[in-house]
Design a protein around this ligand. Sequence first.
Ligand SMILES: [Zn+2]
Length: 391
Amino acid sequence: MLESGLIESLPDLPAPVLTIYLDTNRAKSVNRGLEPAYLISLKSRAKLIEERLYPESRESFREQVGRAEAYLRIHSPQSKGVAIFTGRDSWEFVPLEAEVEDEVHWGAPDLAQLFWLLDEHKPYGIVIVSRKHAQFFLYWLGEMLELEDKEFTLEPSKEKEMGPVARSGGIRMSRGTNRDVFEHHVDAQYARYYRQIAEDIQRWSDAEHFQSMFLLGSVEMVKAIQKELSHAVREKIVLVEEDLGWVSRNELHQRIEPIIVQHEREREMALVDTLLGNDRGLVVGIDETLARLQQGRIRNLIVIKGLDASLKRCDECLWVDRTMDPVCPACGRERCTVTLREILPELARRYKISVEVVSGEAGRRLQEVGGIGAWLWEFERKEYGEHLTFA
Ligand SMILES: [Zn+2]
């Protein structure tokens, strides 16, 4: 699984770096065999870049291309996609379980596609409870990582828990009463077990700021745990009333993936609906959204996957907009051409806003207002529903 420490270190890789994104999905027949499509794509893209380089840069460029190609030949990628960052003193190979588009860049590490993928695939917490144990998984970018497996063992009943029944005069109890006492003891232990799981979920949610968490288990269990959660966490919990404590890891992944996809679709639709259904505290369209974003007035942004446009950016103050004026309106310096796809993730990180990347039906609806929109800071959260919280 991708590590957040790695993501933070990537922008600091010393240039020039060869950045490679490849669709290596082996489910596609073109990606199997001796000369898989991703290698052909790498070589043809590299050739185009090399032709544009100054002759003195070509050797070091070719060296990095050769290094990546040799690695890919020896280690056929097993993931749907890969990102590679390779330079004279650096090498990062990032397997990605997501749909990746082929890209090759030379120069500063190019993180745009990776950031788009990160905005599209938010991490989720998954908790699977059964009568034997509670498993905690982090689900991110199509991968499931088990973080903890808490076994539940029934402790032998102690006098204290037997309560007043056990103390009642030292009379030998009938079998029926013994069973009642035992059941009471079991219930009390399960109640404590559920409370502990709820506390763990609560702490985990507070630490990770998940947008959503999935709690899977029998109806009785998930309901009992849900009752113990705070209102804010309960809002984020998606209950799945299904006992999956026994299935293999592979089956679990296959069972959970469609649940997550469905949840994401519904969430995206709900977000787009609020955006289209309100006119207060919202902005839509590329121009308005970019301007408000750079004024620091945007809190959350929603955009169609891969939305693009040609923009001009000032080399000095970094102001960016769609007007084709070669000179910056703010400081009068020269401007260069950039694309929205390149700079949106960078802007979002600079202004610390959360971005939702939508596709499918939600994407088609968002297209009606230019494919992008945002919530402004001055807008009260309660007006668009507590359940539509962002990370
Ligand atoms: Zn400027």
